[in-house]
Unconditional design. Structure first.
Length: 320
């Protein structure tokens, strides 16, 4: 049987002048633009009670409504891959993702992904967009992720994410010594030359990252980072943009930076850390069914804890 969902929403004034399908893609990110176009063409989605074409321009303030139907699609094969479950109920699943686990099957990663693991743990996720994943973490970023288990929960959580109501806090070790914390507000889009990378670009989507200094070492700093938006590679790109690239980041950081006169154990820890030093430590949100405020924290993974210990040791040895 097809899955159905009722949609009633209003196009914000900020979308004025956009194509209808473009505005809906911003407003309803849970669904692909192709799917939205199909719903418009078949009249399942209407604007002010009228069937409109995907290319029609919007003024802002229009009401979009409809009963959407789509068939359940198996997006990947279920695989028995262990998951570190932090919280679970009928609506939500929160996991602590390890380094090295890719979110979705793609070229080069057809299986062994988080989605494969989720479908084994909760087969009903095959019915949801993106297998219920509300947000993502990069392959080598560790920490907390929330997954919706029912369509109403998915819709509610995506709305919270769009309203910037979900709190996401990270620990990051960066190369460099910022004087104080601050905020980076710079749009992010595809790199104009290297399409595998992201970059700060004028044509990008708005992105805001807040950071605070927790501990300065000799040439590295431990930061607490909070996301206001959630663009691809956002923390990695923004930190590199202000010349504080993440330690170990193979894409945005360049060669490892070593403190002068560092001990062999410190050098080994830095050179051996071959992923971005980034951990999603805290996640907080309103439960999509009850409205109760929930909060979780994930312990620092062993490799990152070892790196911090060696940096601390090095700083203490040199009197920092």
């Amino acid at each position: 049987m097809p899955l159905t969902e009722r949609i009633d929403c209003q196009i914000p004034a900020t979308c004025a002048g956009m194509r209808l399908d473009q505005a809906l893609a911003e407003l309803l990110p849970a669904y692909s633009r192709n799917r939205l176009q199909q719903w418009l063409k078949t009249g399942q989605l209407q604007v002010n009670g009228i069937v409109r074409r995907p290319r029609d321009r919007v003024m802002g303030g229009e009401t979009v409504s409809g009963d959407l139907a789509f068939e359940i699609e198996t997006i990947a094969v279920a695989q028995n891959i262990p998951l570190a479950v932090v919280y679970e109920d009928a609506d939500l699943l929160v996991i602590d993702k390890p380094a090295g686990l890719v979110a979705h099957p793609a070229a080069g990663n057809r299986d062994g992904t988080l989605v494969n693991a989720l479908l084994h743990h909760a087969p009903e996720l095959a019915a949801l967009p993106r297998a219920g994943l509300v947000h993502r973490l990069d392959k080598d970023t560790t920490g907390l992720l929330v997954i919706a288990r029912r369509l109403p929960a998915y819709t509610a959580l995506v709305e919270q994410l769009q309203a910037r109501a979900i709190e996401r806090e990270y620990l990051a070790i960066v190369n460099g010594l910022p004087v104080a914390g601050g905020a980076v507000e710079a749009p992010i889009g595809r790199h104009p030359v290297d399409r595998q990378r992201m970059a700060v670009t004028l044509g990008g989507k708005p992105a805001v990252t807040h950071y605070r200094v927790l501990r300065r070492f000799r040439i590295h700093t431990l930061l607490r980072v909070k996301l206001e938006t959630g663009r691809t590679h956002q923390i990695r790109v923004h930190m590199a943009h202000i010349r504080l690239p993440l330690l170990g980041d193979p894409v945005y950081s360049g060669r490892p930076r070593l403190p002068p006169g560092a001990s062999p154990s410190c050098i080994e820890a830095i050179q051996g850390f071959r992923r971005q030093a980034l951990h999603a430590r805290r996640l907080a949100l309103a439960h999509p069914a009850t409205g109760q405020w929930l909060e979780w924290q994930a312990e620092i993974p062993a490799d990152l804890a070892e790196l911090l210990a060696r940096l601390e040791e090095d700083a203490d040895d040199k009197g920092n």
